[in-house]
Design a binder for this molecule. Structure first.
Ligand SMILES: C[S@@+](CC[C@H](N)C(=O)[O-])C[C@H]1O[C@@H](n2cnc3c(N)ncnc32)[C@H](O)[C@@H]1O
Length: 298
C-alpha cells in the first residue's frame, strides 16, 4: 500500500473543513423538508496521512538529540492525521450518506478498510473513477435524485488542475450542491502560467481554458508593456491574487454566493492554495466567511 505524506499545513485545511461540515450538518439535520444531505469527497485520498516533519525544525531537533545522545526512537516519532473522509465520518451529526471518489487503487483499498471499520454506523459508497465523470454522470445527471429535497457538499481537493469548469457549472446548476474548494494557484496553476505568453503550446492553453471555462484568464494575467523595442506582452505582478479575484467572480456568478478565500502556505511561507466555498446559500457562505476568514484571506 502507498503511504500518504502530507505537509503540516494539511492540518489547517482539514480543521477548517471540519468546522464547516460541523456547522452544515448541525443546521441540515433540523430541516424537516430535507430528505437527505450528502457528503461527496471527490478527491478522497486514503483516509489517513502521515505528517511530514518540516526540514529546519527536524534538523534542529536532531542536532539537539545527538548532543544529548537520545535513542533512534525519539528521532522517529511519527504523527498521523485523519484525512478528509474520516473528518467527515467523525462529525457529531453525520451526513445521510457519504461518497468517496478516488482514482488510485491502493487508496481505494484503504478506503474500503475504512468503510469496514465504520460498519453499519455510516452509509458509505466508494467509487474508483475520475471525479469529473462521477459528478457529471452519477450525481448531476441522476434523475432519481430530487434536488429540491436533497442537498450535498462536494469537497474538491486536488493536487493539480483536475477540476474542470464544466463540472463546477453543472454542480451549480442543481442549486442544491455547494463546493468546498481547493484552488491550487501557488502549486499547479502558476507552474503553467509562463512569463512569456508566446511560449504557450496549444495544449497548455487548452488545459487552462478547460480549467477556467473561458479563455479570458489570458487577458486577466497578461498585459502589454511599452519597451524600447516596441510593445511586449508580459505576465502581471500579483498574478495569483488577480486570478483568484477573477475566479471567485466566476464562482459567484455560477453558484450565487462565494466566501472569502483562505490562503494556505507551506512552512517556507510560499503560497500553496486557497480554500473557499461556493454555494447557493447565503447562510452557508456567511458561516464559511467566519471559518475561512480566520488567518490570511482575500
Ligand atoms: C490532495 S489528495 C486528497 C486528500 C484528501 N482530500 C484529504 O484531505 O485527506 C488528492 C487525491 O485525489 C486523487 N485523484 C487525483 N485525480 C483524481 C481524479 N481525477 N478523480 C478522483 N481522484 C483523483 C489522488 O489519487 C489523491 O489521492
Amino acid at each position: 500500500m502507498t503511504t500518504s505524506n502530507v505537509g503540516p499545513w494539511a492540518r489547517d485545511k482539514l480543521d477548517r473543513l471540519q468546522k464547516y461540515l460541523q456547522a452544515y450538518t448541525t443546521i441540515m439535520r433540523k430541516q424537516s423538508w430535507c430528505e437527505g444531505f450528502f457528503y461527496i469527497d471527490a478527491f478522497a485520498g486514503p483516509g489517513m496521512h502521515e505528517v511530514r516533519r518540516d526540514g529546519p525544525r527536524l534538523k534542529a531537533q536532531n542536532a539537539l538529540l545527538d548532543v544529548a545522545n537520545f535513542g533512534q526512537e525519539q528521532l522517529e516519532q511519527r504523527e498521523f492525521l485523519s484525512g478528509s473522509p474520516r473528518v467527515a465520518l467523525d462529525l457529531e451529526h453525520p451526513f445521510s450518506a457519504y461518497v468517496f471518489v478516488e482514482k488510485n487503487s491502493d487508496r481505494v483499498a484503504q478506503l474500503e478498510q475504512l468503510k469496514t471499520q465504520y460498519g453499519a454506523e455510516r452509509r458509505i459508497v466508494i467509487r474508483q473513477e475520475d471525479c469529473n465523470r462521477y459528478l457529471l454522470q452519477r450525481v448531476v445527471a441522476n434523475e432519481k435524485i430530487n434536488w429540491k429535497q436533497n442537498r450535498a457538499v462536494v469537497f474538491l481537493d486536488p493536487f493539480g488542475m483536475q477540476v474542470e469548469w464544466a463540472t463546477l457549472e453543472a454542480l451549480a446548476a442543481t442549486k442544491a450542491i455547494e463546493v468546498f474548494l481547493n484552488f491550487p494557484v501557488g502549486m499547479a496553476i502558476q507552474r503553467l502560467l509562463l512569463r512569456n505568453p508566446e511560449k504557450f503550446t496549444k495544449a497548455q492553453r487548452a488545459k487552462l481554458d478547460g480549467y477556467f471555462g473561458s479563455p479570458d484568464w489570458f487577458n486577466v494575467l497578461y498585459k502589454k508593456r511599452k519597451t524600447l523595442f516596441g510593445d511586449e506582452t508580459e505576465k502581471i505582478d500579483q498574478s495569483g491574487e488577480a486570478l483568484l479575484k477573477w475566479y471567485r467572480g466566476r464562482l459567484r456568478a455560477a453558484f450565487g454566493h462565494v466566501s472569502r478565500a483562505s490562503l494556505i502556505r507551506n512552512t517556507r511561507a510560499g503560497h500553496l492554495y486557497y480554500l473557499l466555498l461556493a454555494s447557493p446559500s447565503r447562510t452557508g457562505v456567511k458561516i464559511a466567511d467566519h471559518i475561512l476568514g480566520a488567518g490570511e484571506w482575500i
